[in-house]
Design a binder for this molecule. Structure first.
Ligand code: FES
Length: 316
């Protein structure tokens, strides 16, 4: 488990509200109510929870709302323990350390954005919906839910404006991903977040779309297939000229942490973006699901990336 982040932000839990069945909405503020570091629509923060767990959550409020970080947490009885630690262990007035916000959706300049969310998968799209609505952007937010959707109060203005469409599977058949994507203009950007089977269907339905206009948001890292080409390598830290061996079967992140180098980490599966570092020489083998091709030309995710050569130089 990673320790507290070097550049962590101390926040206090200002409010805890009901977000629907099994969901709590937490509002985090600076202890003196100063502005918090800015974030992009669809950005995430890591939250350091009681008991030493670190979990990544989407920020749900408008990025223009610079004094609050709002996150929604659904209690998952069969999850990995983060949501239970949150629901049971965090009270209003508590102090929580969080990471700087990172990531976000590349929606600036898009003619239209079609979001498809399954249930609580709507969280990464709420800040983007507020952002687009405020700027007059064109978007449609489809929410597939059984009954009343989660976070109905946050969705209300977007439902009223006609931007958010609820597909209640109790009253009508579940729409196919193909059918929803067919309603999007050809120039649209498409984004999906929800259960794994929905994400798989979305990836199949968008196979013919340009990759830079398709975004899949994952909560749970997919299992990494064994790479038969994987090999041990020397990791060279350019700034200190230290050399660290990354053994076969070991992750670069693990080798760095064992060498005492503090790298933030959360998902350890290449989806959250926490462990991003820049590389300078060599040939990384990227296995993440978070970096774009352009970003990979400069960065790698240390929890999953390998090296195609015996030596890889990183900017540390
Ligand atoms: S820890 Fe999440 S991408 Fe590496």
């Amino acid at each position: 488990m990673a320790g507290l982040p070097v550049r962590g932000i101390k926040t206090v839990v200002e409010a805890i509200e009901d977000g629907g069945p099994g969901i709590k909405v937490y509002t985090l503020c600076d202890p003196d109510r100063w502005e918090l570091p800015p974030f992009k629509p669809g950005a995430h923060i890591d939250i350091y929870l009681p008991g030493g767990l670190v979990r990544t959550y989407s920020l749900c409020n408008d990025p223009a709302d610079d004094k609050r970080y709002v996150v929604a947490v659904k209690r998952e009885a069969d999850g990995r323990g983060g949501s239970i630690a949150f629901h049971d262990g965090v009270k209003a007035g508590d102090t929580l350390v969080v990471s700087l916000p990172r990531g976000g959706l590349r929606i600036d300049g898009a003619h239209h954005v079609t979001f498809v969310a399954g249930g609580i998968g709507v969280t990464p799209f709420l800040s983007a919906a507020d952002y687009l609505a405020r700027r007059g952007g064109d978007f449609t937010l489809h929410i597939i839910a059984r009954g009343e959707p989660p976070l109905a109060a946050m969705l209300a203005p977007h439902r009223a404006s006609g931007h958010a469409i609820i597909h209640d599977t109790r009253v009508s058949a579940r729409p196919t991903l193909d059918a929803l994507i067919d309603t999007a203009p050809q120039s649209a950007m498409l984004a999906c977040c929800g259960p794994l089977d929905m994400l798989d269907a979305f990836e199949r339905a968008t196979q013919g779309w340009p990759a830079e206009r398709v975004h899949v948001e994952r909560f749970v890292a997919p299992a990494l297939p064994i790479d038969p080409e994987a090999r041990p390598f020397q990791l060279v830290l350019a700034r200190s000229q230290r050399e660290i061996e990354v053994r076969l079967g070991q992750s670069m992140l693990d080798a760095l942490l064992k060498a005492g180098i503090d790298i933030p980490a959360s998902c350890c599966g290449g989806i959250c973006g926490a462990c991003r570092i820049d590389w300078l020489e060599g040939t990384p083998v990227h296995r993440d699901r978070v970096l774009s091709p352009a970003e990979r030309a400069r960065s790698l995710m240390a929890c999953v990336a390998g090296s195609a050569e015996e030596r890889l130089v990183v900017d540390l």
